[in-house]
Each structure stands twice: as structure tokens, then as C-alpha cells.
Write a protein that binds this ligand. Structure first.
Ligand SMILES: Cc1cc2nc3c(=O)[nH]c(=O)nc-3n(C[C@H](O)[C@H](O)[C@H](O)COP(=O)(O)O)c2cc1C
Length: 129
């Protein structure tokens, strides 16, 4: 079972959660700013980002749009924000339209409780398959 964690983070919150999920999953969290495309097939791709003025970063949207079902078995989403979970919904819509399976279960952390969610994010990375 090959897992990978990819994220886009402007302020560091999603990065912290991505790193916790990655620790649980036993892999490295990689920013899509550093690696704009997957290099090899993964069974489970954890993909996360945040909303900025109601929309996800264009880099993350492009990443999801460029992903193909030949590159991933399925995607598991995560997001951080002040209130909105729309990043999850928007990513799910893009990915499903491409025929990429997306878990209904996703991980959410409020921006004011990132540290308080680290242990749960590690568990999330461990358990989801
Ligand atoms: C310019 C800006 C716009 C934001 N707009 C929203 C928003 O529309 N909805 C929301 O729930 N949170 C919003 N937030 C909060 C961020 O989504 C939240 O801080 C998130 O954890 C940032 O993730 P990052 O640290 O990985 O960049 C905004 C933050 C900034 C800086």
C-alpha cells in the first residue's frame, strides 16, 4: 500500500496537519509548490489545502485538475480554515468528475486549534486506508 501526502499551505496550518498525517502514514508530507505533480503511482493520496476568501489556492485547484485516475487509487482529503469546509467539497467535485475515488471521511482542523489536532491527524494518517 503506497501512500503519499500532498498539500498547499500559505500560512503553515495545513502544513502542520499534513506533516502529522504523514507521520501517521509513515511518509513525508510534500508541498505541491515543491512538487507540482506525482512522480509515481500511489494507492492513497492524502490531499489538503485551505480556503482564502472562499476559494482554494489556484495551485491546489490546478493540482487536482491535473491528477489522473491512472496516478492514484483514491484520494483522502484534509483541510484547515476559520469556518469553511468548502475546500473539501470543491476538491471532491473536481476529483469525482475525473473518475478518481474520494473517501467520504476527511480531516478538518480549525485554524485556532492546529496544535490541538496534531495527535488526531496522526491517527487519521495511520488508520485510513
Ligand atoms: C486572506 C485570507 C482569507 C481567508 N479566507 C477564509 C475563508 O474564506 N473561509 C475560511 O473558513 N477561512 C478563511 N481564512 C482562514 C484560512 O483558511 C486558515 O487560516 C487556514 O488554516 C490557512 O491555511 P494555511 O495556514 O495552510 O495557509 C482566510 C485566511 C486568509 C489569510
Amino acid at each position: 500500500m503506497v501512500k503519499a501526502v500532498r498539500y498547499y499551505s500559505k500560512l503553515g496550518n495545513t502544513k502542520t496537519i499534513a506533516e502529522a498525517i504523514a507521520e501517521g502514514a509513515g511518509v513525508e508530507a510534500v508541498s505541491i509548490a515543491d512538487e507540482p505533480q506525482l512522480k509515481t503511482y500511489v494507492d492513497v493520496l492524502y490531499l489538503g489545502g485551505a480556503p482564502y476568501a472562499n476559494i482554494m489556492a489556484p495551485e491546489l485547484k490546478r493540482y487536482a485538475e491535473d491528477l489522473s485516475k491512472e496516478q492514484v487509487g483514491k484520494v483522502v482529503l484534509f483541510t484547515t480554515s476559520n469556518w469553511s469546509r468548502r475546500t473539501v467539497l470543491a476538491l471532491k467535485k473536481i476529483l469525482k468528475e475525473k473518475g478518481i475515488p474520494v473517501d467520504n471521511d476527511y480531516f478538518y482542523a480549525h485554524m485556532l486549534n492546529i496544535k490541538g489536532r496534531v495527535a488526531a491527524a496522526q491517527e487519521f494518517g495511520k488508520k485510513t486506508q
